[in-house]
Design a protein around this ligand. Structure first.
Ligand code: BGC
Length: 799
């Protein structure tokens, strides 16, 4: 996505003739010595008071860092302090030249959306050569699921249930982004979502606190690598703190009103997990929480984040969020908004003038004390210190002669990891009569408006991903069957029919219209598709959502298959040819018809640069799918929320005894269409013989739960064995079950393995009515299954 918030990203300048020789962090590291001395030389100029910050000397460690920052703060003017608290995006109001002057004047702490070395080097030079104190800038960007190479969207990554996959995605993204001089990413996004109408569901890791927390940790590990001051790492700023995923009605930017119990039990753990994993930054959410905007929320940012959780890193407002305090109605003007944000603890104000304009006056009047400003500045400088920028401001920039000649060069991509990762995220939902895998023979019809879209397959927030470099489903299939089978294609329909919706999406964020409509009448397009299908042995239909539908500010009122795509599928089904439906979407869709009628149904989400190859790998059996849904799929929007780990209630609907006066919607079947954790394989897996090593567990001890997984089919493959625990009697109503562990197990045909989980107090604890973490004695039900619904159950007593 090249154009965020109407702000074009700087890139694609005239290329020079230099060849790119510096691809890896390693070779760049070798260049650092020379650069460090150049930077040191640059820091020599100026009066003593204005001398460059002394390089952090040895020994390092927290004390050295504090001393270094103390010294610097003592020498800063008010304006310089305020300057450090500004994170500015390049854009029409802040073109590159102006940005450079602002930096030189000491009025900017960091920049975002400037993403190539040739743009960032002069900015850094302005900071470390021209500004009075020579404090380096840092460069941030939304590296959410890739940088040059686009990996599957986070919701898809969560479907892998494979933390090595997520860590690898983040590691490679960091290598690419740091090679482009990026120091910090606004990721991972760990907002739990129970409402698929919310377009940003695609950016998060789903509905479950345990899974999302694991994904958060793996992302931070990958982005930050060995340490945030290494040249091939980027600092993770976890977002959006907090509870953004719970916006009422799934309408973006709406308010959040939530009990403290639910916050602590469900929504807060993933942010905490990212912080415990060492995330250096936190981006604060746009929403209010129980009436108080996150941006001015002292409880959230001081009591919880800093005091209770001990967070020592940097906090960043979301885009323009401080000014928005006036619209929330908690600040009468910008001056009050700036004051509230500082007092709450927002270090960096993103993309506005508000700190610059208001803080000096607030300090002069005594409404904000210098100590309060210093505390904010300390965190910004601390992040720069941790990023290694004081030691070497050009750490992630290398030497000019090593700049890539072509920023978008093919050899800057990591296609192999992208393909391998994408394959692990594709969920097989149906496979009647073993329709899949397909044989690479005969005639295949490929139909559907998303079959040949290089842009949509990238998903939203695709950073520097290039649509032309993405492998579409069509290209992937063509390559897979080259010389073996014949491919016939037809578009079949547009994704959308409603021109107002098209207009909205095209206006949203993009610098050029993304949704390009085929002007032909739908009847003509369907006719063509049916004719193509009739000539084929099998039909593959690629349908779903254009990527802008699953994005910021893209909340839907339905989760139905958009436009005439269902009609297209029905016409294809009527040909009698086997129908393989390939879904491309960033949220659960109500796919009841597809479930009942498709011969095979694949949820591919948005698979990224290598998406088409990965999808072809799965379609033709070069890869056996193993991914599972990280979020429940409702039958309809009216059934939302359908998350599996709901609290127990007094009148639950009981399958088989569907009496009146139990909790249900009477017009529709109960329960989700597909439960959390569901996904098939080409092989047939069975799980049997759940055994507990004891029926009584003493506090402080553990017991083992074991079940036997067998691959009874004829393909080697992996499955995700899931451990759920239910606490049926407690001091408060507890969830009907909660995920507490999972393991990805690969088995050859005929092979069996005993899968073992250890259970101790860690898996049994919860937050009680006093918001204390407790473990209560009594019965617990251990459930192990291949999804959250179909489980083996055994109980034990905690004594
Ligand atoms: C989004 C953030 C993003 C920021 C900077 C905002 O609109 O809410 O997630 O990091 O823009 O691009």
């Amino acid at each position: 996505m090249d154009n965020r918030n109407g702000v074009p990203v700087v890139d694609g300048r005239e290329e020079d003739s230099r060849t790119e020789t510096n691809r890896s962090g390693l070779s760049r590291r070798q260049a650092l010595g020379a650069l460090a001395s150049a930077a040191a030389a640059a820091g020599m100029a100026g009066s003593p008071a204005a001398a460059a910050p002394k390089k952090p000397g040895k020994p390092t460690g927290p004390a050295a860092k504090e001393a270094f920052i103390d010294d610097l703060i003592a020498r800063m003017t008010v304006d310089e302090k305020v300057g450090q608290l500004r994170l500015i995006s390049i854009g029409p109001e802040m073109p590159h030249a102006k940005l450079m002057d602002e930096v030189a004047a000491g009025r900017i702490g960091g920049s975002f959306n400037t993403v190539i070395r040739r743009d960032n080097r002069p900015l850094q030079e302005a900071a470390v050569k021209r500004s009075r104190l020579k404090i380096p800038l840092f460069f941030a960007y939304d590296v959410v699921h890739g940088h040059r190479t686009t990996f599957p969207i986070p919701l898809a990554l969560a479907a892998s249930f494979d933390m090595a996959v997520i860590e690898r995605m983040a590691r490679v993204s960091a290598i690419e982004a740091s090679d482009d001089s990026i120091d910090m990413t606004f990721a991972p996004m760990v907002d739990i979502s129970h409402d698929p109408r919310w377009g940003r569901t695609s950016e998060g890791f789903g509905e479950d606190p345990y899974l999302v927390s694991e994904c958060a940790r793996a992302s931070v590990r990958g982005f930050q690598g060995a340490a945030p001051d290494k040249p091939d790492t980027i600092m993770a700023a976890v977002k959006h703190f907090a509870l953004y995923g719970a916006v009422e009605g799934g309408r973006d930017y709406n308010t959040v009103d939530m009990s403290p119990l639910r916050m602590h039990q469900v929504y807060l753990p993933p942010y905490k997990a990212a912080i415990d994993a060492g995330a250096g930054g936190v981006m604060v959410a746009l929403n209010s929480i129980n009436g108080i905007p996150a941006t001015s929320n002292v409880w959230l940012l001081q009591d919880l984040l800093r005091k209770q959780w001990g967070f020592k890193g940097v906090t960043v407002s979301d885009h323009g969020a401080i000014t928005e305090l006036t619209r929330h109605g908690v600040a009468r003007d910008n001056r009050e908004a700036a004051k509230l944000a500082i007092k709450a603890g927002i270090d960096l104000s993103m993309a506005d003038q508000i700190y610059l304009a208001e803080l000096p006056g607030l300090i002069a009047s005594g409404e904000i004390k210098m100590a309060e400003i210093d505390a904010r500045v300390r965190e910004v400088l601390g992040a720069k210190y941790d990023l290694g920028l004081f030691a070497d401001p050009f750490l992630r920039m290398g030497k000019p002669e090593d700049d890539p000649a072509d920023d978008k060069a093919e050899n800057r991509l990591h296609r192999q990891p992208a393909r391998e990762i994408a394959r692990e995220t594709i969920v097989l939902l149906e496979n009647r009569n073993q329709t899949l895998p397909l044989k690479k023979q005969g005639t295949i019809a490929l139909v559907g408006p998303l079959a040949d879209s290089g842009l949509d397959i990238l998903g939203s927030w695709s950073a520097q991903g290039v649509a032309e470099q993405a492998v579409t489903v069509r290209a992937g299939i063509e390559k897979a069957i080259e010389g073996k089978a014949k491919l016939l294609t037809a578009r079949g329909s547009n994704v959308l029919d409603d021109e107002k919706v098209v207009e909205y999406l095209n206006f949203l964020n993009w610098d050029k219209p993304e949704v390009v409509q085929d002007p032909r009448p739908i009847e003509t397009m369907i006719e063509e598709a049916v004719s193509v299908a009739s000539q084929a042995d099998v039909v593959i239909a690629v349908v779903g959502e254009v990527r802008g539908m699953s994005h910021e500010s893209s909340s839907r009122v339905t989760i139905d298959m958009p436009g005439s795509q269902r009609r297209l599928l029905q016409a294809l089904k009527a040909t009698g040819k086997p129908l393989v439906v390939v879904l491309m979407n960033g949220r659960p869709l109500a796919i009841g018809w597809e479930k009942d009628n498709a011969d095979a149904l694949l949820e591919t989400w948005y698979t990224g640069t290598e998406g088409g190859n990965a999808i072809a790998d799965v379609l033709f059996g070069d890869h056996n799918p193993s991914a599972k849904l990280p979020i429940s799929f409702p039958r309809s929007a009216g059934q939302i929320p359908t998350y599996y780990n709901a609290l127990r209630i007094g009148r639950p609907f009981t399958p088989g005894k569907p009496g009146n006066y139990t909790s249900q919607y009477f017009e529709e079947e109960q329960g989700p269409l597909y439960p959390f954790g569901f996904g098939l394989s080409y092989s047939r897996f069975t799980l049997k013989d759940l055994k507990l090593s004891a029926t009584r567990l003493k506090r402080g001890e553990t017991l083992a739960a074991e079940a036997t997984l067998t691959n009874e089919g004829s393909y080697e493959g992996a499955n995700i064995v899931q451990l759920y625990i239910a606490d049926p009697f407690a001091s408060i109503a507890r969830p009907v079950k909660e995920l507490k562990g999972f393991q990805k197990i690969t088995l050859k045909p005929g092979e069996s393995r005993v899968v073992r989980f250890e259970i101790g107090e860690d898996q049994l604890k919860f937050i009680n009515a006093d918001l204390k973490e407790v473990v209560e004695n009594g019965r617990f039900d251990v459930q192990i299954g291949l999804d959250s619904h179909d489980v083996l159950v055994q109980s034990f007593e905690l004594v």
